[in-house]
Design a protein around this ligand. Sequence first.
Ligand code: BTN
Length: 258
Amino acid sequence: MDTKEIQSKLRGSIGKEILFYKTINSTNLLAMEIAEKTPEGTVVIADSQETGRGRLGRTWLSPPHVNIYMSIILKPVIGTHDVTLLTIMASVACAKALGEATGLNVSIKWPNDLMVSNKKIGGILTELKIEHNKIVYAVVGIGINVNIEHDAFPEDLKETATSLKNETGKAYHREDIVSRVLDEIDIWYGFLKKMDRKKLLAEWEKNTSTLGKKVKVIVGKETLVGLAESIDNDGRLVLKLPSGERKRISSGDLILLR
Ligand code: BTN
């Protein structure tokens, strides 16, 4: 990937510094290693990852030449109870950038899956260092399936994953997609820094496919079924159980039931 080209297209300050690797264990791991001595807005990009990390300890498929794997170092001055807003911010930015680049309807499945026609096209893994109840740094890791062919997905992902190319039949220039995503992050991170929660949550609600649906949520060893009613001010999912009781959930695995 041509980082100069990416930088020449950027409008904001996110991505002014880009570290590029042909291959690396995980861009999130490297970003966390360097975050403390690196300015906010630095981005780590790799063409492939050996141990790409997904949420909940899963692996993230990371073959070379086809997709986007990148991690953004941020140092937000926000309370630790507001960290969910980082993922909300990143998922809004990605959904908008990908939608604008391709014309696809990209929606967000709570908490942070990027979906096209009910299949996963990308994901976000936010990792943090917190000390004395303050965020020292946050690393927002973004994986996007861009040009990977459907046949290249392993059997267990063929039904549930897709790529931009798979959906539109067109191949995309990854540099163009990266710069669009970084520009949107710049805009939406701006609202987060101003703590304009309303704006962020309203945009997330506009782009989600989760609310109003019957869902199953797996939280650790517990499985809950109910109506995904709303997200609260902290970005937690408000689940209305059949008993009428409402549960607020900050992370878990969500399956749409209808
Ligand atoms: C998910 O499980 O949906 C989150 C996937 C996040 C993958 C990205 S790829 C770039 C960054 N580096 C990693 O190791 N993971 C994230």
